[in-house]
Design a protein around this ligand. Structure first.
Ligand code: ADP
Ligand code: MG
Length: 567
């Protein structure tokens, strides 16, 4: 590590020189109280910014070992410190120091959920901040004085503002961590009570508008209140007790008139795989960590998936036990999504009629009469949904407004009426009895066991360097790109960035034709949890802009790469 004096000598010597001269400051320096690692220097004021890490001594904040001993504490604390830093940066205000990105300081900005991130890494003796900065320029000439002010004044000021013990809100940190730990514990305890989802009483599920993740105004939102018959109470590690609606394993229907809040409830369940921050309204919406949103996605690619349980005898004798296509239909894409999710370990399927293929969901009595079974390749989901639970232990939560044929399959029916939930299970049973369905069950054989697929990628390997996360939700792989728009449970651009890095990492380590896809993705995630994001970073140091996806989404991303081969 070099001294501040050495750093200044080099930097000052660069003043007025062409921008590429900045390359000379790549390295490690002790600048005042913090250590600066300049890992990558941008080539131009307009190019992707310079990547740095700043190591701030723990002396400044003095977190104790037992505040950061568990992985959960660490994730919550690192998230909190990231948010502190973002707030401090806002306070500091943007300082433009010349052309292009000159003077900009960039830090990952977490949204409504707490995720494992690379922006901050806490260790017993330091807080490492990973960020990007725009080194200042006049046109394309170096402005050394401004660079000096950024690194020797702005950054120390920022760290002091965010982390200094003297004005640090320790009570807020403690509340943040306690909430996170309670949420994790609730998720674990659901499983022990045979529950797959929990919606807390008082929750605000509705969002401000269709593109915002922020809660609807308190005054406008109808706060969630569980029907008495579905209410469960859970005691949490902090000592607090929460009550709310528990959804049991099995088949659950969410019914109700249009615009009565069905999709909003399902969304809350979808995102209950994450822990939301205080004030979000969904703090106590907690879902089984292996719950997956399933939807139709025509146009996607599918590689060697056994969809024969849902679709067989396609025209021209096309295989459905190892079904491949570069352009799936609504029904084939939805079948593949279910089988792939189960292969990756999903235990709960979440579906909204709005985004499902109708012919996949249902075939009614009249259609059965009009089109003979022999001419219809699809076994509708309604004939499989119970089997999935009874034979595979996979539960389904389904929003349905249009097809009463599902009533027979349901364990629980929740009716939403003016955004309020009612337990309609008994009523639904009466209806089933009163008005039996005249359609025939179309199952001819049981679902095949789910088998593993083994990815390999001779073709991808030479394009390793070019897996990139560009515009959310698209992953660029060399010339091709994978549209991940159907991965509805991704919440952060950082997850996409991390996916690109995780895929590159896995190509080197696991994608060899003899490791099952599920192992590939689970090992990749484990790698980050054990050894940090820096262990998958393709660059020296570590980008500050990664956020951890689930193994499930990572697997779904692999499944959407057009050039991936499956043995
Ligand atoms: P559905 O799927 O039943 O047609 P949505 O879930 O799409 O209905 O909700 C319809 C509208 O009502 C949306 O604009 C949503 O924001 C709003 N909404 C949903 N739940 C609530 C609630 N609990 N309080 C207030 N508004 C809500
Ligand atoms: Mg809807």
């Amino acid at each position: 590590m070099e001294s501040q004096a050495q750093f200044l000598r080099v930097l000052r010597g660069l003043d007025g020189k062409p921008y590429s001269g900045y390359k000379a400051i790549k390295g490690e320096y002790q600048l005042g109280f913090y250590g600066l690692f300049i890992d990558y220097v941008q080539s131009d004021p307009f190019a992707p910014p310079t990547r740095i890490r700043a190591r701030v001594p723990m002396d400044l904040l003095r977190l104790t070992a037992d505040e950061i001993s568990s992985l959960e504490q660490k994730i919550a604390t690192e998230d909190f410190l990231t948010r502190r830093l973002v707030a401090a940066l806002t306070e500091l205000g943007a300082k433009r120091r010349g052309s292009g990105r000159s003077g900009s300081i960039l830090i990952a900005n977490p949204g409504q959920v707490v995720l494992a991130r690379s922006s901050i890494k806490i260790s017993p003796d330091s807080i490492e901040v990973r960020m990007s900065i725009g080194l200042p320029a006049n046109g394309r000439r170096i402005r050394a004085k401004d660079a000096e002010a950024m690194l020797l004044e702005d950054l120390p000021f920022l760290f002091d503002l965010a982390f200094s013990r003297s004005n640090f809100p320790f009570d807020e940190l403690s509340a943040h961590t306690t909430l996170y730990i309670d949420q994790c514990a609730l998720r674990t305890s659901l499983a022990e009570s045979d529950l797959i989802a929990f919606i807390g009483d008082g929750a605000v599920l509705a969002r401000r508008n269709g593109v915002s993740d922020l809660p609807m105004d308190e005054a406008m939102a109808v706060h969630f209140q569980s029907p008495v018959s579905l209410r469960v109470t859970q005691k949490l590690p902090s000592g607090r007790t929460v009550s709310g609606m528990g959804i049991k394993k099995g088949v659950t229907l969410i019914v109700g008139g249009g615009f009565h809040g069905k999709s909003t409830l399902l969304h809350a369940i979808e995102f209950g795989i994450y822990n939301h921050v205080k004030g979000d309204g969904r703090e106590w919406c907690i879902t089984d960590s292996q719950a997956v949103k399933i939807r139709a996605e025509d146009g996607r690619r599918v590689s060697r998936v056994d969809i024969s349980g849902f679709i067989n005898h396609l025209p021209r004798g096309r295989s459905t036990t190892a079904f491949s296509t570069q352009d799936a239909s609504g029904s084939t894409s939805q079948s593949a999504a279910i089988v792939e999710a189960m292969e990756l370990g999903a235990t709960v399927l979440l579906m909204d009629e709005d985004t499902c293929a109708t012919n996949f969901m249902i075939r009614d009595a009249r259609m059965q009469m009009l089109i003979m079974k022999e001419k219809e390749p699809i076994t509708p989901f309604v004939d499989r949904v119970r089997e999935l639970y009874e034979q595979f232990g996979v539960s389904t939560i389904l929003v349905i407004g249009g097809s009463g044929d599902y009533l027979d399959a349901a364990d629980v029916v929740i009716n939403l009426d003016e955004y309020r939930p009612y337990d309609f299970t008994e009523k639904a049973k009466q209806v089933s009895k009163q008005l039996p369905v005249s359609r025939k069950k179309e199952v001819t054989a049981p679902l095949n066991p789910i088998h593993s697929r083994y990815p390999r990628s001779p073709d991808l390997r030479h394009r390793l360097e070019r897996i990139e996360a560009k515009a959310f939700p698209t992953l660029h792989v060399g010339e091709e790109f994978a549209d991940l728009g159907a991965l509805e449970q991704m919440v952060d651009e950082g997850q996409l960035r991390a996916m690109a890095a995780l895929m590159r990492f896995a190509l080197d380590s696991y994608v060899n034709g003899s490791t099952p896809l599920r192992t590939v993705v689970e090992q990749s995630i484990l790698q980050v949890l054990k050894n940090g994001f820096e262990s998958i970073s393709a660059f020296e140091g570590c980008s500050g802009f990664y956020a951890l996806p689930r193994a499930l989404e990572l697997g779904m991303a692999w499944n959407r790469l057009r050039s991936l081969m499956i043995r």
